[in-house]
Design a protein around this ligand. Structure first.
Ligand code: AMP
Ligand code: MG
Length: 424
């Protein structure tokens, strides 16, 4: 298999063939290549935001016995018939059940009540709870000033969760309520998908890292910081491997080391320049390239390759396409690697606030939406050049101008992808 991959990769380089795909094809190819990771059993306290590996079926009822939803008195509802402000019903208080106490041995019978706290089990005989606020207690008796229905302030056994009920599905991202429910189900550990290790490499002779001395003709390496932040945001373990100079030997060494990770993300070195060497390095390392261009702006040069289960993304060097291509292609891949079932950023329609001209390409214009009277409005952010990361700093959405549209006007409805929104 290794040799097959090797020959197809070198064939690719020999013919210098361009593998241009549409945005949809690119995403399909990427997702098709994903082999989800295995699981780990982790303590519940660390489970927030992780992706569930198991289907959770309840092995018990919740609550396990009927209990009180209020601080008050457990009574028989029929005893309150005819109660009014002028003609209260009087009941004899025969005991008290605190939260955390057992109700064994307690019995409510006609004409009696038992003082009860929220969460305490309902005693035998009682079918309702009246709130303290609706009673007056004096010398061992309470007065009730209004009628009460059966099962008022009464939480039935199993009313929240039945035994055998399917509660959470494999692939769900655990929110705080989910973690609480698992705790209620007596769980102190949970099976979740492992987090992928992701090597991040910046390529380029022009780059200087933060903290390094820099010449006026050099460029600060910002991509590593943006991309590592994104990897962390989506649950991966980011491993920054530093700057690779535009030399085959150095890049090969760094990429070979990166292949120990589940995913490699490099930036730069994927266009047609003389020193754009990422594809050649991939070929040398028997990484099979599935596409090297996507019909998208910004971010047309974009490499995706695989070696066994390892995924390699060669993102563009410019900071904006590096980030937008991450969002479009790498983010869904990481989420699928972690078994997530929800991987789509929502797309909604918005009213555009200024004209935008475009080419025959799937154009992602960085935008900011607001919601006024339940309507979405969107305007593009400033500094739209691919080198200007400020367009993304201010953006909360990407305005999608499809290949078939060359101009959209103020007031037109456009599709926007909500990049700050959770996946749906
Ligand atoms: P390349 O695709 O390698 O030709 O890179 C295109 C441009 O992106 C370079 O000229 C740099 O201006 C910029 N660039 C590349 N890598 C980085 C990086 N790590 N951080 C910031 N800018 C970068
Ligand atoms: Mg470069």
């Amino acid at each position: 298999m290794g040799s097959k991959r090797s020959s197809s990769a070198s064939l690719y380089i020999m013919h210098n063939k361009n593998l241009t795909v549409s945005v949809e094809e690119a995403l399909e190819i990427v997702l098709r290549s994903v082999n989800p990771l295995s699981f780990e059993n982790i303590p519940l306290m660390r489970a927030f935001n992780r992706i569930l590996y198991e289907d959770v079926v309840s092995d018990r009822m919740m609550p396990p016995v009927a209990d009180s939803a209020m601080d008050g008195y457990a009574i028989i509802a029929d005893d309150t018939r005819g109660a009014s402000l002028n003609c209260p019903v009087k009941l004899h208080v025969v005991g008290e059940i605190r939260a955390g106490s057992s109700s064994t041995g307690y019995q409510v019978s006609k004409g009696t009540a038992i003082r009860i706290m929220t969460g305490a089990p309902i005693p035998q005989g009682a079918d309702s709870v009246v709130r303290f606020e609706d009673t007056e207690e004096e010398s061992g008796y309470i007065k009730l000033f209004c009628e009460t229905e059966k099962y008022e302030n009464y939480r039935e056994a199993g009313e929240h969760i039945r035994e055998g009920e399917h509660i959470l599905s494999k692939g769900k991202r655990l929110n705080s309520a989910d973690v609480g429910i698992l705790a209620s189900l007596h769980r102190n550990a949970v099976k979740v998908y492992k987090r992928p290790t992701v090597s991040v490499i910046s390529t380029g002779d022009e780059l200087a890292d933060t903290g390094e001395e820099i010449q006026i003709h050099q460029i600060r390496n910002s991509n590593a910081y943006t991309i590592c932040s994104e990897v962390t945001k989506y649950g991966g373990h980011a491993r920054y491997l530093g700057i690779a100079k535009d030399s085959l030997g150095e890049m090969r060494k760094i990429f070979a080391n990166a292949l120990k990770s589940d995913v490699i993300i490099s930036t730069g070195g994927v266009s047609a320049g003389k020193y754009d060497l990422v594809k050649e390095v991939c070929s040398d390392l028997n990484i099979e390239i599935h596409f090297d261009r996507v019909n998208i702006k910004p971010g047309r040069p974009c490499v995706f390759g695989t070696k066994g289960d390892k995924m390699v993304f060669g993102l563009p060097g410019n900071p904006v396409p590096a980030l937008t291509s991450f969002i479009q292609f790498v983010r869904p891949a990481l989420l699928r690697l972690m078994g997530a079932t929800k991987i789509r950023k929502p797309i909604v329609n918005a009213s555009l606030e200024q004209d935008i001209t475009s080419g025959k390409i799937h154009h992602l214009v960085r935008g900011r939406y607001t919601i006024i009277n339940n309507e979405f409005y969107v305007s593009k952010t400033s500094h739209q050049k691919p080198s200007m990361l400020r367009s993304m700093s201010d953006a909360n959405c990407l305005i999608i101008i499809p290949e078939t549209v060359t101009k959209v006007m103020a007031g037109d409805r456009v599709a926007i992808q909500l990049i700050d929104h959770d996946e749906i």
